[in-house]
Design a binder for this molecule. Sequence first.
Ligand code: AMP
Length: 215
Amino acid sequence: MNIMLLGAPGAGKGTQAARIVDDFGLVHLSTGDILRAAVADKTALGLEAKRYMDEGALVPDEVVIGLVAERIAKPDAREKGVLFDGFPRTIPQAEALDEALSEGGMRLDAVVNIAVDTEAIVARITSRRQCRECGRVYNVITDPPTSEGVCDACGGEVYQRDDDREEVVRKRLEAYEAQTSKLIPYYEAQGLLRTVDGNQAPDQVYSAIKAILEG
Ligand code: AMP
């Protein structure tokens, strides 16, 4: 089973992705996590990507398409299936994914669109924190780590992403509106789109997603 999670920044994709991969045993492919790891390692890719990420802009299509193609070519992607989280974000990326999957004899089974009110997003993202090691997502108000700054799952450092500052969040929302939201009609036309209400509590959002994936 290959699933894609679609939603504005702060819709809860990372939180839901962690639960989905645990329950369904899928490979978690988050282009944001891959890019942040490259930035932390100061690789050539990371240095290039950082310029865009710091401004809340999308990294060029050819860069992320290359990363994804490399990851889905590994045998575990076909064996276990993949959860795409934060990719594709543009129509050219979606077309490249369709092509790469079909070359490998795979296809997308569903696109889960987590729909949220954009006014709620800025508040949600600015209280978000993430583990630098394993990527687990926290919220300082509704879901803090047990010990401040320390990940419950792996003991890594829990920090605020540079691009979770308010002015950058607004730019990321603009990028979503201008580019990523175009994927909604794209996947609707393919009959793959399933929308869940992301304004609910995380457990309720997850129940809705689980029902879709089991159905
Ligand atoms: P995310 O963790 O998914 O919110 O991604 C964080 C940032 O990484 C985004 O704001 C973009 O700058 C970059 N990024 C992640 N995924 C993509 C993608 N599929 N296409 C372009 N840029 C991306």
